[in-house]
Design a protein around this ligand. Structure first.
Ligand code: HEM
Length: 483
């Protein structure tokens, strides 16, 4: 695959070492007395008339940002059409966002059109301040790693059913397969059932989600795209699913996520002001979790297909762990602590292919970063994953090396060096859950199935739609069950 991340050429969020927000970067550094006299960060020059650097940014935003970090340092600006972005990159930027983000950065402006379109003023990603903190408190325990531990046997069962639907010799799009699989797993965890989600619904729901981002959040697509019949049809399917869930759980509440949200809505009118708020919170785990885990799984399968020695090693380690556990996939906590080859595979996939590689914010007031002035109301991009490609933290950073996470190396433990789940006030609420879900999914596929890339001679491009992914042409051929 050609990538950013072209390997031959080029902490707060990590569930393992969450960092404290208590100590701020010194006030003098962030708000010096001579703030107004500081220069603006250097501008990425050139580009086409009107759209500026738009084409280059849209093609591969992460590659663009890493390139200009190298040229201009950890703070610079670029323009796309009539918008200007202020980039804060690498570990100091992550530290700034973690420690000073509450005071100087906000999330609401980015999500305003999205929230307005579906009348959901209190969707978590678009909230700031006390309301946001309250929303996180209410949902935290329901998206925790414990949920993945409780559900791991169901995850194995569902993964076997979904991937086992493929017949020997059948060729399948990996993107469709992982969308179907992860939507089914997330819905198993949150609805408590082992029934598979409808495959076409799973694929369409994520299409709708990514198109929604492109139209209303990133504004990469014009607003009139919302009238496209296919977009409307997919959106209707999602909202019908939510309405059906609400009707069912109102009648028969259970010990599941949707019933919990209905209960929250009754007791917290400040966070559930509209029907849109209720509907969005019901679908939030699918919205936040399915594309991210699905795309990460696609990258993992790509790596396994094109790296036979890696695959052999991880497969042997998983086979051994399963045999010692009486033929069942061990708990994800065991996999994390005792199968370093598998853990390294998952961590290395998250490091080299960070689907959410930066976070977008607006400056609530002017501040200084690296001696430059970031004016109030600027659009700010914090490239939280720039450190993933930095040789100061990772030896031969472009190399897929599953041993870098084990003692004594533990390269990911350097300050803010591993940030696939973001950083600061909005750091992924499902990070612990996602990590353990991903380990179980990976172990189950590796142990039970044999597969190969359908076209080994093709190079698969990375795409942005809007998160980092692999082009849809990447397909596998099922060879059959291993166990
Ligand atoms: C590989 C998987 C995942 C990755 C890489 C990932 C990444 C992220 C990132 C970078 C953010 C921060 C966005 C920002 O600051 O603007 C975020 C937020 C969030 N994630 Fe995840 N995520 C993953 C899986 C999940 C899962 C499985 C769930 C839940 C089931 C989840 C729930 C959330 C929620 C609720 C937020 C919003 C938190 C807030 O606004 O305070 N994520 N995620």
């Amino acid at each position: 695959m050609t990538d950013v991340i072209d390997r031959d050429a080029v902490q707060a969020a990590c569930p393992m070492h969450q960092q404290s927000e208590s100590t701020k970067v010194s006030d003098d550094a962030v708000a010096p007395h001579n703030l107004d006299a500081l220069p603006l960060p250097p501008l990425v020059e050139g580009g086409l008339p009107f759209i500026g650097r738009g084409l280059e940014v849209m093609k591969h935003p992460l590659k663009f940002m890493l390139k200009y970090e190298k040229e201009l340092g950890d703070c610079y600006r670029f323009k796309v059409a009539n918008r200007e972005y202020f980039v804060l990159s690498n570990v100091d930027a992550s530290e700034f966002a973690a420690k000073n983000g509450r005071e100087y950065l906000k999330s609401g402006a980015l999500w305003a059109d999205f929230a307005k379109e579906w009348d959901m003023p209190n969707q978590m990603l678009g909230l700031d301040g006390e309301k946001h903190a309250k929303s996180r408190r209410l949902f935290k325990s329901k998206m925790s790693k414990n949920l993945a531990v409780e559900c791991h046997q169901k995850f194995e069962e569902v993964t076997k059913k979904v991937v086992g639907e493929l017949q020997a010799g059948q060729v399948e799009s990996v993107r469709d397969l992982t969308r179907y699989l992860v939507n089914s797993l997330v819905s198993t965890a949150f609805n408590g059932s082992s029934e598979l989600i409808d495959k076409q619904f799973a694929i369409d729901a994520i299409d709708w989600q990514t198109q929604t981002f492109n139209i209303f959040v990133l504004k990469k697509w014009p607003r009139l795209m919302k009238w496209r019949p296919s977009f409307k049809r997919k959106g209707k399917a999602v909202w019908d699913y939510v309405e059906k869930t609400i009707a069912e759980k109102t009648q028969n509440p259970g010990d599941d996520f949707a019933s919990y949200v209905l209960e929250l809505a009754r007791n917290n009118p400040d966070l559930f002001e509209t029907e849109g708020d209720l509907k969005f919170n019901i679908v939030a785990p699918l919205f936040a979790g399915a594309d991210t885990v699905g795309t990460t799984s696609t990258f993992m399968l790509h790596e396994l297909c094109f790296n036979p020695s890696l695959r052999e090693r991880v497969t042997a380690a998983v086979d051994k762990a399963v045999a010692e556990n009486g033929g069942a996939i061990p708990s994800p906590e065991f996999l994390k602590d005792h199968v370093p080859e598998l853990y390294g595979l998952c961590m290395e996939t998250l490091r080299l292919y960070p689907t959410a590689f930066s976070i977008s914010r607006t400056a609530t007031q002017s501040f200084a970063f690296k001696g430059y002035r970031i004016p109030k109301d600027s659009e700010v991009l914090v490239v939280t994953t720039a450190a993933h490609f930095d040789e100061r933290f990772y030896k031969y950073p472009r190399k897929f090396d599953i041993d870098r996470y084990s003692a004594p190396r533990e390269e990911h433990k350097a300050r803010y060096a591993f940030q696939p789940y973001g950083v600061g006030t909005h750091v992924c609420l499902g990070a612990g859950f996602a990590e353990l879900l991903f380990l179980t999914l990976a172990a189950t596929i590796i142990y039970h199935f044999d597969f190969e890339v359908a076209d080994p001679h093709r190079e698969y491009q990375q795409i942005f739609d809007p998160s980092l992914g692999i082009e849809t042409g990447f397909k596998i051929r099922m060879k059959g069950w291993r166990h």
